[in-house]
Every structure is written in structure tokens, then in C-alpha cells.
Ligand binder design. Sequence first.
Ligand SMILES: [Zn+2]
Length: 480
Amino acid sequence: MMTRLLLSAAMVLSLAACGQSAPSGDKATASSKPAKAESAVSLSPELQSLKEIAMNGSHGYDIVEGLTTEIGQRLAGTEAEARARDWTVAKFKEIGLQNVRVEEFTMPGWIRGEETASILAPFAQDMYITSLGGSVATPEGGVTAPIAYFKTFQDLENAPEGGLEGKIVFISGKMKKAPDGAGYGPANLKRQRGATEAGKRGALAVVIRSVGTDSHRFPHTGQMRYAKDVAPIPIGALSAPDADQLERLLERGQEIEMKLTLTPKAIGPVTSGNVIGEIVGTEKPEEIVVIGGHLDSWDLGTGAIDDGAGVGISAGAAQVILEAGLKPKRTIRVIAFGAEEVGLLGAFAYAEKHKDDLKNHVLATESDFGAEPPYEVQMGVKSGQDVIKAMAAAMNLPMSDAPTSGGPDIIPMANAGVPVMRFQQDGTDYFDLHHTPDDTLDKIDPEDIAINTWAFALMAWMASEADTDFRASAENAAAE
Ligand SMILES: [Zn+2]
């Protein structure tokens, strides 16, 4: 990745030095990324100003630096997430947002405990494991049992009911790397449903290969689910090298005995909340453009790429608009959603609380895919496609035909009819770090997050100024 970044930066510099703009879409160039922040079209004075302020500044970076340094991990529903809300309220006020507030909601709490896994026989050794979010604990003293191995989640699903009594189930299956993270959904099935499928068949516990694309010895956590009608069993994720090791042990054909101890616990109803700040519109203050990220993180890292970056990008973008002295016609609302990781709880709470007002939400997007620059633009609008295309052109990005929900926390709004768009960020390396202790600030390139901040500033500004409401309104239908 570093080579790619260096080549890309060098390419832009060398081209800039001779007064050319970088070629776009040239597969022969060293990088698949768009030329950094180059615009293929001439920008309006307002956009030129936003671009210069964003690209010469460090608005997004400074926010994620502050959040990850002064708060660190921010597990949903914990005292740390509450401190993160206080921090964000203060930050939103400091950068000049209006109507800064917290919209609280209640959620089921869960905290991590002890987590160890050891092979007892035939080749005794310890492994790196982490509990999945929401998992129940192993019984007092842990569970010791032979391993039942399933190469993939589908193999487990296809196995007959019963037959796994007295076993610890191991589900492997590797995740494929892709810029848009397409490998995540399939790989995630074992994380979300592994405990249910193994539990149905009588297993004592489950260990999975981490849902990730790295080869480091960090296990990846993430939320799991229990079905209502199946007794819950504990589930943890092994790091990729430990899953490899366990596979090699299994290939040797002897019974493998594992001791697993996981002591997470449910802590009952706790409080989370969404932090909201606005630049109130001058002409249509009731019409809202939403930009956001999620404030909670998993507890292993400091939540830099997931999703301090998104909070920094969206709040940083609003800060850039304020610094440019621009006065948007519509209201630009920045939302730092709470409790995303454990099931989009803040997103659902927001959509429910604002359900009567969602018709006034004009366009929404979220950054929740790290801090790498975008490489294409996706839209889910019924009118105003030309405005979204102009946003893409201003960033020198191609449009994509891929459908979008606007980002995880935008899904409930999108389902209720709110128009959405998304700058699809390059997530090729995102799942190397995702939900691990390695999700830390050093993984964020300040120039990359500045590009995203500029993108969000231009999106918010152009959406606030556009004549369209991005909906298939009666007027729009009549005009077409
Ligand atoms: Zn996230």
C-alpha cells in the first residue's frame, strides 16, 4: 500500500510540476486510485475555496487524532462512549456548529472479559482469540473439548442436525480482498450465525477464523447474533495465523483438544446516544443534508479507521464550510451515531425519533470505511442525478452503477425514502485492521483524510444549494 501511495503522490507531483492534470482511468499508471484531489472540471469560487481550505488544512485528521488520543476505544453503551459523546459535543461547539445536542437511547450492554484458547493435545500451545460481541461466556473453568472442523460456514449449514454434542466447532473460510469490501458479507456469515448453526447441532462452543484479510496475529472481533429458539453458546475468533495453525494440526489427522475460556458478560440496559450539530440553513433551514460517521468503536483498538475517521471527515467538512464563510441555504446536519457496531442502534434510534421529519431530509451520506480516498461515486436518488454527477466530476471520480444505502447508519433513513449518495472509499486494506487492536491513528494518512474531508464539504455544500430535492416529487415527475 505504501508503494502505491508513494507512486501515486509522485505521479501527481511530477504531473503538477509540468502543468498537466493527471490522466484518469489510465490502467497503465502505477495506481488505481484517482489522481489525488485533482478536479477535471473548473470549480465554482465556493468549491475552489472549500477545496483549498480542506486540502491545505487538517480538519478531519485533527478530529480523529483528538478523539482517538483523548478518548481511545469507545465501546457502545460504556462509560468510554459516554465520554466520547461529551468530547464530541465540546468539539462540535468549538468548531462552530449550532444546535449541538445528544439524542440518547437505551441499548443492551455487553463487556469483554478474559479470553484464552489453548490446544491441549496432541501438540500443546496457546492461540490468540477474542470474544465476538454479544457472546455468552464459557462455563466456570472454561470448556475443554475436541474440535469439529468445518472448512466453510456453508459446510456447517449443510451438516445434519445434531452430531456436534461435546465438541468445540471450528469454522474457517478466508475472506477475499476487494476495494469495495465485497468479501465481507460472505465471510461474515460465520461470525453472525456460526453460534446458532453450531448450537442447533449440539456444540459446546465455536471458534471461527477471524473475518479479515490480514496475516497478523490479531483476532478480529465484531457483533454476532443468537437465534431466539436456539440455546446460546460462546463464540470467539482466532487470528488468521492461528486459524492456519489449527488447520495444519487438523490435517495431521489426530483428534485436537482445545481449552477455551471466554468470560464476556451482558450488563443490562445502558445508555448510548447520537451527537448532532448543524450549520442552520439561511433559506430553507427545515431542509436537511446529513453527513456523518459513527462515534462508537470496538474495544480492542482506538477506532481510528472505524470510525473516528468518519466523524473527523464529516465534522471536518462542516468546519471547512464555516471557515470558508459560506452560508448554506439548507441545514447541514452532522451526526456522530452511537452504537453502530452492535447493530446500527443509533441509526435506528435516529430514524425513529425523526420519522415525521425524514421527508425533509434531502440527501444523506456517511463515511464508515476508513480514510483512504474515494475511487467512485454511487447514488440512490430519484431526481437531481446531474447534481451527484457534478459532485463526482468536481472530485474527478467516475460514477458507479452499484446501488448504495449511503453508509451503514444511513440504511434506516434510506429505507424510509431519504435520498442517498456515497463516495466509495478504497477499502482494499480496510479489513486488515477492522475490529482489531491494530485499528489505530497511525494507519490514517493525513492527505487521504483531507481528500475525504474536501469531498464531504463539497457534497454538503452542493446538496444545500441544489434546486432539486433528489426525490421523485410530483413537480419533478411533471417536469420530466
Ligand atoms: Zn464502522
